[in-house]
Write a protein that binds this ligand. Structure first.
Ligand code: P6P
Length: 340
């Protein structure tokens, strides 16, 4: 009996779950499989990022004389290559690219899906060895198969996502994703090079004790957010306060911790950034889909993130996500104090 007999790999899980979708022809399964491949390639590079400093800064030439790329460009290129190889994706929107990347080869032109991604979110944390992540969102295209994809294929509400997920490159590397029937987490086992099901059917606590926000921006926060932060810091035995503040500055790492333990992540609008910092298309929508599928919430302080109709590829939105009771409590503060 090998140690892995009772562990389901990502590919086994994908194939097993395909049965949940009558009429599924395996296109989404193939796409998810290729996401797994790209994640492992990026993980290998991220895990030795520090060594590059020893061997020469990115931007230097490696032993083959190839220019070494910044890790986020490296990640971008490898996810693009993997998605093109899948033959199921006709176009990509990426944080690293101003315009959409349209695949013109015949196989990709027939692809059923479009893909939005932040290939390496939080990459500024690499140098200090803090966790970073890849965030992705998958939609069925609107344009006819066989034709070139268009920008309209991406201007869909988050409720239209067919799948969304993230890879967290941390103390271990995990792939967490949903296809609309719950959230499952897979941990990469380096000894066999496989993502193995480690967190089946993740459900986030309805409430928690963690609030995550960059308090360095406090003076620019809306009054409702300032009041909520003070509420979290007041002592109150009944509601188990004060809470604890945890902020890594890497969305995937902050969200993942709160998803498992309970908590709220806030990146609000400020007086200097009226729409906040985080991008709707490839940060907030995929994270919101996972939050809701795990029993949590995600809003912009007023409306459900997944119902926002995008009007541009890289648009930013205020972001409040995590345990339902904490998001609702924050919204109470926003609605009362922002309007006085
Ligand atoms: P700040 C990383 O740059 C990122 O896009 C998210 O991963 C993270 O949540 C946020 O920005 C951190 O922003 O302004 O607090 O450094």
């Amino acid at each position: 009996m090998t140690e892995h007999n009772n562990v389901q790999t990502l590919n086994q899980f994908i194939i097993h779950r395909q049965a949940d979708y009558p009429g599924a022809k395996g296109e989404l399964s193939r796409l998810l499989h290729h996401i797994g491949i790209a994640s492992k390639i990026v993980n290998r590079a991220v895990s030795k990022a520090g060594l590059v400093d020893v061997l020469g800064k990115y931007g230097a030439q490696n032993v083959q004389g190839e220019d070494q790329q910044k890790l986020d460009v490296f990640a971008d290129n490898h996810f693009i290559d993997a998605l093109k190889a899948s033959g199921e994706c006709c176009a990509i929107a990426s944080e690293e690219n101003e315009d959409i990347i349209i695949f013109e080869d015949e196989m990709s032109r027939n692809g059923k899906y479009v893909f939005a991604m932040d290939p390496l979110d939080g990459s500024s944390n690499i140098d200090v060895n803090a966790s970073i992540g890849t965030i992705f969102s998958i939609y069925e295209r609107i344009s006819p198969r066989g034709k070139l994809a268009t920008i309209e294929d991406f201007m869909q509400e988050g409720t239209k996502q067919v799948a969304a997920g993230y890879v967290i490159y941390g103390s271990s590397t995990m792939l967490v994703y949903t296809t609309g029937k719950g959230v499952n987490g897979f941990t990469l086992d380096p000894s066999i090079g496989e993502f193995c099901l480690s967190h089946p059917n993740i459900k986030t606590p309805k409430t928690g004790r963690i609030y995550s926000i960059n308090e360095g921006n406090y003076i620019n926060f809306p009054s409702g957010v300032k009041k909520y932060i003070k509420y979290c810091q007041e002592f109150d035995k009944k509601s188990n306060r004060p809470y604890t503040s945890r902020y890594i500055g890497s969305l995937v790492a902050d969200f993942h911790r709160n998803l498992l333990k309970g908590g709220i992540f806030i990146y609000p609008e400020t007086s200097t950034n009226l729409n906040g910092k985080l991008r709707l298309m490839y940060e907030c929508n995929p994270v919101a889909f996972i939050a809701e599928q795990a029993g949590g919430m995600a809003t912009d302080g007023n409306v459900r993130i997944l119902e926002i109709k995008p009007d541009s590829l890289h648009q930013r939105v205020p972001f409040y996500t995590g345990s339902t009771n904490m998001v609702k409590k924050t919204e109470e503060f926003l609605h009362f104090f922002n309007n006085i």
